[in-house]
Design a protein around this ligand. Structure first.
Ligand code: ATP
Ligand code: LTN
Length: 334
């Protein structure tokens, strides 16, 4: 516990451009929770290396991610927003923790199975031990709560298992964290194949709303969203397209399914899709303006990155040293 508040930790990979799924499943919740907790948010650039990155573009994406966190409403002077790769304790604790989970446990991870199937030409060891580095991220800061989309639930469970296994052998070193998964928006689906998750890496650009898409593009993508042949707006399992649009609308406006059904009773899909498109465009407009200002203000971003890197390194170093000592590694002579 820092300053009497509980600790919140989360992050995203610094790959590609953020989507509406990342925003509604994670980022928006981070902003809503940021007052109540002492918060740390990482730009997870080490995790991004499990897929090949083009160096110049990768560096730009990482910076863009940092600016998007801030543009979405996270204050870098109140919250610790930093680069994972700037705090070497992540890689160090990652190694120590690698010696705790069993191969079979990591083999069960669905993200690993999905990514291995998608990138059969590059199933590297980093892809396999990805969840262990994620556990290190979280455990370094004695985190109480980790807000993520539902796809990360399994990684949180293995983080808890690793923490409990370590604590069970060596005494209380790590706080055992809880996942926080929002009630709405935890799984935004593709606009073109609503049975699949909306993803940054989708090849069909119409399937995904990017946070930096302009208003016309957003409205056009919603107009083209795949739905069904009925024309009633209601939330049902056999209507994944409409249910997804209702989730999106509900996550942005805070309205319940029943309220949305009532609001659009008797109206066709065309006007519903337009309303969702306009609502999303309105929600993203201030974020986009702020983003453009931030990206142009190099010295401000550089200053907050530096201050926060140092702050993160300080807290992480404490936990790392505690873990090293408990494991019996010889302490450095100072
Ligand atoms: P990719 O799809 O390319 O693997 P990603 O979009 O899942 O990447 P991550 O960095 O892995 O991006 O995820 C960042 C955060 O956004 C995580 O908390 C994740 O749970 C959440 N998230 C990602 N996609 C969605 C989605 N479609 N709906 C809700 N939350 C999501
Ligand atoms: N695996 C996460 C990104 C991530 C993360 C973390 C999230 C890396 N380390 C620590 C929360 C806490 C993902 O969203 N794909």
């Amino acid at each position: 516990m820092l300053d009497g508040k509980k600790i919140l930790y989360s992050g995203m990979q610094a790959t590609g451009t953020l989507t509406l799924g990342n925003y509604l499943g994670a980022l928006k919740n981070w902003v809503n929770m940021s007052e109540e907790y002492e918060c740390l948010y990482g730009v997870m650039d080490l995790h991004s290396l499990t897929l090949r990155q083009e160096p110049a573009e990768f560096r730009k994406n990482a910076r863009s991610l940092y600016a998007l966190y801030v543009a979405a409403g996270l204050d870098p002077e109140k919250n610790c927003i930093y680069y994972q790769s700037h705090v070497s304790a992540h890689a160090e604790l990652g190694w120590l923790l690698n010696c705790f989970p069993y191969m079979g446990e990591l083999q069960r991870m669905t993200q690993y199975k999905d990514k291995a199937a998608k990138h059969a030409e590059n199933i590297n060891a980093g892809l396999f031990t990805y969840p262990v580095l994620m556990a290190a991220d979280i455990l370094l800061y004695q985190t109480d709560v980790v807000p993520v989309g539902v796809d990360q639930k399994q990684h949180l469970e293995i983080t808890r298992d690793i923490a409990q296994r370590f604590n069970g052998i060596f005494g209380e070193v790590f706080t055992v964290p809880e996942a926080y998964i929002g009630k709405i928006g935890a799984k935004i689906m593709s606009l073109q194949e609503p049975e699949r998750k909306m993803s940054k890496s989708d090849e069909n650009a119409n399937a995904t709303i990017y946070l930096l898409d302009d208003r016309d593009t957003i409205i056009r993508k919603f107009k083209r969203a795949v739905t069904d042949s009925e024309s009633v707006i209601c939330y049902r399992e056999d209507k994944p397209g409409i249910s997804n649009l209702m989730d999106i609308y509900g996550a942005v406006t805070g309205r319940s399914k029943e309220e949305i059904e009532r609001e659009f009773e008797g109206q066709g899909y065309g006007s519903f899709k337009l309303a969702v498109g306009e609502t999303v465009a309105d929600e993203l407009e201030p974020l986009q303006k702020r983003y453009a200002e931030l990206i142009a203000d190099k010295s401000y971003i550089d200053r907050v990155i530096k201050a926060n890197d140092e702050k993160a390194a300080y807290y992480a170093g404490k936990t790392l040293r505690k873990a090293q000592k408990k494991l019996g590694l010889t302490e450095r002579i100072r």
